[in-house]
Design a protein. Sequence first.
Length: 126
Amino acid sequence: MSGHRSTRVAEAIKEEVATILLLRLKDVRVQSERVSVTNVEVTGDLRHATIFVSILGDEEVKEATMEGLRSASGFIRSEIGRNIKLRATPEVHIKLDDSLEHGANISALLNRINEERTAREAGGEG
């Protein structure tokens, strides 16, 4: 039962944070079109929420965006508390989720290996 509740709360927080980033957060370092909330993990006691975000851009953009998000974590927490009915509003922890970037790098590497193999095989036939 508790796991189901934390899953529901995590999903509600994910939706709320996406709305906050899109409509209510005014920090110039955080451009909503560059940031996606990829996942939210909530502890069983609902006291802590880890919000994972994916950020499009180079390292400088990612660092500035993360700085802006961390700076806004109090605002994000207060908005969560105002819009999601919980006994206590969880502490918010924001982490960069670079799994999409890792996946793209792996895919590019596999494509390159496949292209090299195809070129080798074509060269061996002639």
